[in-house]
Design a protein around this ligand. Structure first.
Ligand code: MEV
Length: 415
């Protein structure tokens, strides 16, 4: 990753030149990044209804992630300062200790068909007709078999609710490199009439479940005490302990993890609301808990582990239409959705490590305010070297306003 050393000090065109050399970006892709108007209005108009514009979110990269011995440059879309820097720093420290190990389940998603007003023996009827139901479900997912995925199984449970008896049928499909919503929802709508015919009752919901517990990714890292210091380790462990004991802290702890996970989801054109919904439900399955663990090994090093459901794709959905997502995936260089989910798990863990390390020692405001100050300098009209000079002075004066930045800039320009 030598080519990426001091990446943050380079100009934007210089950074893109590095990506051209290191990640094979084409001239066209470089231009798309530089114009940052990648999603044109006409394309966007076909993506949602009532379009009036396109809202940009900064795209950065966190280089230096070593996961299963492979080096990654991780694209992150986020508007919040310090997140990319935190991930990059945590990745660098992790790499000095051997990097992350990670793995992921097969990409199996589930979807539900709800039958309401079903007879008492609905479950028996489901079991009696299961063979035929599964045969038709399999036919409806044949397209996925070409890629090694396809229908896996169907199961059902009878719910006794205040609105009467309902049959909750669940269909499992290996969706390979897709997120899977389209595949699953199409299949569910296809199979529902057969279910109603064989079991009785009225068809209601036919929809994917975003709680992708069969599609989890895991990452682990050992941060050596010689690299990060014993006090930082104790600070991280203290911070983690508070999250274990207090749900108010736990929500923020997990938010830090999601800063990383969401930023990669967004950069790669994935449905981050689906990812979030699944992760929150997973965190709450046995009472709301941190998504990761920190502990010390026998050598006194810090061990971090994370496990979370990650329903993400590298094909289909908005990835097809969003040119930035395609470039981000090229920079990331993952070969499958499983690999993408492993990277996201490692980034989530790294992000939490970075947040707890800062919070347990010097706090996070210093880093935040530094970027905030350069933002104010730009808003005040500073250009080139002036940006650093103005933001440095703002930091010294500890007055973070555009007015102060304008005053400093005026003085700097000798006016
Ligand atoms: C801010 O976006 C994220 C943090 O609050 C996470 C945390 O407190 O662990 C810094």
């Amino acid at each position: 990753m030598g080519a990426f050393s001091g990446f943050y000090k380079k100009t934007i065109p210089e950074r893109i030149e590095i990506l051209k050399a290191e990640r094979g970006l084409t001239e066209e892709e470089a231009k798309t990044l530089l114009n940052s108007g990648a999603l044109d209005l006409e394309t966007a108009d076909h993506m949602i209804e009532n379009l009036i514009g396109v809202n940009h979110i900064p795209l950065g990269v966190a280089p230096g992630f070593v996961i299963n011995k492979k080096e990654y440059v991780v694209p992150m879309c986020i508007e919040e300062p310090s997140v990319v820097a935190g991930a990059a720093k945590a990745a660098k420290l992790a790499a000095q200790s051997g990097g992350f190990s990670a793995d992921a389940d097969e990409p199996v998603m589930s979807g539900q068909v709800q039958l309401v007003g079903v007879p008492e023996d609905a479950l028996i009827k489901f079991e009696e007709n299961k063979e035929e139901i599964e045969k038709v479900a399999k036919e409806l997912c044949l397209g996925m078999e070409r890629y090694g995925g396809g229908f896996r199984k169907a199961e059902a449970s009878l719910l006794d609710t205040k609105r009467g008896k309902m049959l909750n049928t669940v269909f499992l499909v290996d969706v390979r490199d897709a997120m899977g919503a389209n595949t699953i929802n199409t299949m569910l709508e296809g199979i529902a009439p057969l279910l109603a015919e064989k079991i009785g009752g009225k068809i209601r919901l036919r929809i994917i479940s975003n709680l992708a517990t069969r599609r989890k990714a895991r990452a682990k890292c050992i941060w050596k005490k010689e690299r990060i210091g014993e006090d930082a380790i104790e600070g991280i462990l203290d911070g983690y302990e508070l999250a274990l004991h207090d749900i108010y802290r736990c929500a923020t702890h997990n938010k830090g993890i999601l800063n990383g996970v969401d930023a990669v989801a967004l950069a790669t054109g994935n449905d981050w609301r689906a990812v979030e919904a699944g992760i929150h439900a997973f965190a709450a399955m046995d009472g709301y808990k941190p998504l990761n663990k920190f502990y010390k090994n026998e050598d006194g090093d810090l061990v971090g582990e994370i496990e979370l459901p990650l329903a993400v794709g590298t094909v289909g959905g908005s990835i097809k239409t969003n040119p930035i997502a395609k470039i981000a995936l090229k920079i990331l260089d993952v070969k499958s959705a499983q690999e993408l989910s492993m990277v996201m798990a490692a980034v989530g863990l790294a992000q939490n490590f970075a947040a707890l390390r800062a919070l347990g020692t010097e706090g996070i405001q210093k880093g935040h305010m530094k970027l905030h100050a350069s933002n104010l300098a730009v808003l005040a009209g500073a250009k080139g070297d002036e940006v650093d000079a103005v933001s440095k002075k703002l930091g010294e004066e500890k007055e973070y306003t555009v007015e102060a930045a304008k005053r400093i800039l005026k003085k700097l320009r000798g006016k």
